[in-house]
Design a protein around this ligand. Structure first.
Ligand code: NOJ
Length: 513
């Protein structure tokens, strides 16, 4: 673990297209983020992850990078981003960029060169077979699109050719080992991009598909881990405060490879989904834990979480998220009261939590046609709803020019409408995060112990010296247990602790000190 500032960090994820448009073109921009730093700080978020904001043909919303060192024109200029770094630092905040390490756009100059029939510096920057009719041995590939008589390997969509970091096990003549000069050159090129942004004031990276770099890797990801360990050594020497956050979805592997933290995601067949929205609903029902009276069982989440927590304690963090740009928003299935409890839990757990823009007001998931390769994800990427004014305060532009339509329904939540209601979701998020910042025991490092996870009792856990309990169901739940002298420090709903009996009314949360 290098970045010490993470111990009390709470991240706000911004999809830059949709956050705040300051030049009226209908697309959010970097200056729009700078303008809202106080709002974000006021929420209790002291760090920001910005989805890719670099030059791109936007076939995958910017995860298809055409120039890693240039801010996309539609978001502004590099100078705007440097100013954002400086403004954030002045307010004690940190900014993390999205590093798409495993692939580029098919329009990146490296790939254009690599496609040529003539050998050049970039011939092996990507993964190619030896012949246009030779398939890529189980990997996704494209053939017939280049002068070069070979097929190239994809990392994700068709527009995203895989960069060549080498093969852990080489089984075909066209596969280069990890030590091959071309694979090393790719790694050095990645370091060069990282140095560029870090030296301009960026505080670290969220790394896209971090586990995908080395092909034919073993189950432990030994090859890919070695690449990241090498990159970590560079960071330790040159940028010791840089934070590295992986989209890996296996914290024990990612943290051992040198990441500071890894996301607990819901699309890789693990238990997170069982908290906020049940993707594994065998019987067609949503049994997620925070859905009232849905028969949810937190042990489905804890089984994976606690194993990973024990395995990573002391050398990195697990990041829980409200959702992200790849998932449906939590308000898709959860009511405001359910969201309050879910956030109370997420933001009092160890590690470094992430709040996706708009989840603090319960923005709805929209059913929309796909935009920029978003498909079902498009519905979670709509403009931020600031107020009741034009385009909900997101943009002065013409509604038909907006990146995506804003939620114009009368019941659409906005920051303005929730601002003065102490019980609103927005103010509840602020209160929970203020509590987290006031108690070291609620921050990243304090020990988590599960006290009771039986389904017909409140879920009770401790963080350091504090006892916490949550009951998402409508009926009251009790636990008889001696916690010594205790009084409530924070409550949502109603809860008491008297004579060794902890009682939580329906849909309640309590912190006892
Ligand atoms: C994961 C990103 O979160 C997602 O939005 C993107 O489409 C893929 N990686 C490919 O880069």
């Amino acid at each position: 673990m290098s970045a010490k500032w993470l111990h009390n960090a709470v991240f706000y994820e911004i999809y830059p297209q949709s956050f705040n448009d300051t030049n009226g073109d209908g697309i959010g921009d970097i200056n729009g983020i700078t303008e809202k730093l106080d709002y974000i700080r006021g929420l209790g978020c002291n760090a920001i992850w910005i989805n890719p904001c670099f030059d791109s043909p936007f076939k995958d919303a910017g995860y298809d990078v055409r120039d890693f060192k240039k801010v996309a024109e539609r978001y502004g200029t590099n100078e705007d981003l440097y100013r954002l770094f400086a403004a954030a630092h002045e307010k004690g905040m940190h900014i993390v960029l999205d590093l798409v390490a495993g692939h580029t756009s098919e329009e990146h100059e490296w790939f254009r060169q690599s496609q040529r029939d003539k050998n050049n510096e970039f011939t092996d920057r990507y993964i190619w077979t030896n012949f246009c009719f030779e398939p890529a041995d189980g990997l996704n590939y494209v053939a017939g699109e280049s002068d070069r008589s070979a097929a190239y390997v994809l990392n994700f969509f068709k527009c995203q050719p895989a960069l060549n970091y080498g093969f852990y096990k080489v089984t075909r003549p066209w596969q280069k080992p990890m030590e091959h000069p071309a694979a090393i050159a790719t790694r050095e090129a990645l370091k060069d991009i990282m140095r560029f942004w870090l030296s301009h004031g960026c505080d670290g990276f969220r790394v896209d598909m971090a586990a995908s770099l080395v092909k034919n890797d073993d189950e432990q990801k030994t090859g890919t881990s070695a690449v990241w360990a090498d990159i970590r050594r560079m960071l330790e020497l040159e940028f010791p405060d840089a934070a590295m956050i992986s989209e890996w979805s296996n914290p024990p592997q990612a943290l051992r490879a040198g990441f500071d933290m890894d996301f607990f995601l819901n699309n890789r067949g693990n238990g997170y989904s069982t908290l906020l929205r049940d993707y594994e609903n065998q019987d067609g029902e949503d049994h997620s834990f925070f859905k009232k009276d849905a028969g949810g069982n937190i042990n489905r989440f804890l089984d994976t979480y606690l194993r990973w927590y024990q395995d990573t304690k002391g050398f990195g963090y697990i990041s829980l998220i409200s959702c992200n740009h790849d998932t449906r928003r939590p308000a898709y299935t959860l009511t405001t009261e359910e969201l309050k409890l879910a956030y109370a839990f997420l933001f009092t757990m160890p590690g470094v939590p992430f709040l996706y823009y708009g989840d603090e007001i319960g923005m709805k998931y929209q059913e929309l046609p796909t935009k920029e390769g978003g498909y079902f994800r498009t519905g979670s990427r709509t403009p931020m709803q600031w107020n009741a004014g034009k385009n909900r305060g997101f943009s002065d532009g013409r509604p038909e020019d907006l990146y995506l339509p804003v939620d114009e329904t009368p019941e659409a939540p906005t920051v303005e409408s929730q601002e003065h209601d102490p019980a609103s979701l927005l103010n509840t998020v602020r209160a929970i995060l203020a509590l987290r910042h006031s108690e070291e025991d609620l921050q990243a490092d304090a020990e988590l112990t599960v006290i009771c996870s039986e389904p017909d009792r409140p879920f009770v856990y401790s963080r350091g010296s504090l006892i916490l309990a949550v009951n998402p169901d409508s009926c009251p739940k009790q636990l008889q247990r001696d916690f010594g002298e205790r009084k409530p420090l924070f409550t949502l709903g109603e809860g008491t602790y008297e004579n060794g009996c902890l009682t939580l009314h329906g849909q309640s949360f309590i912190v006892l000190q």
